[in-house]
Ligand binder design. Sequence first.
Ligand SMILES: [Zn+2]
Length: 196
Amino acid sequence: MACQDCDLLCRKRPLRVGEKARCARCGALLYARKPNSIERTLTLALSALILFVLANAYPLLDFRFQGQTLEISVISGVWELYAREMWVLAAVVFVVSILAPLLKILALLYVLLPLWLDRQPWRMARVFRWIETLHPWAMTEVYLLGVLVAYVKLSDIATIVPGVALYAFAMLIVAMAATDATLEPETIWECLETQR
Ligand SMILES: [Zn+2]
């Protein structure tokens, strides 16, 4: 692998728990093996799944205007764009805020749960490679930012009440960031190789 700071090519070797690999030239951290990485990532991915369900099952906002109440959810935003013939935008919003995060969480659970139980399901290496490809497409934070901008802009003309899903969505972003932080691809690949 190449050092991200100075591009020196370094040979990878397996680490023991708690060890870190540093670049021989500049000392930058190459990879590390934190204790209980699989258990921690698994717990966070499970929390993310629960938050994802809550974020999609409940309304994000209640929009009250001239005596009418409109409930806005993640999927209704996509439908609204679709109904206005903004198909490309509707597809992009659907993929980055619903489909990609859900697939990423499910794929992580598919890989981590069996590893935690010392098993290896079908095509695990392929699924794990797929998670790394999916990573840049799961952009729930962009969606939340859009919701907050709309909230600020519309709060003058209408009463907007945040719903359960908005809090769940915010926590989902934190849970997904934490999952990325605890996930160690090195450890996963090592588990996959030793079990093969
Ligand atoms: Zn370096």
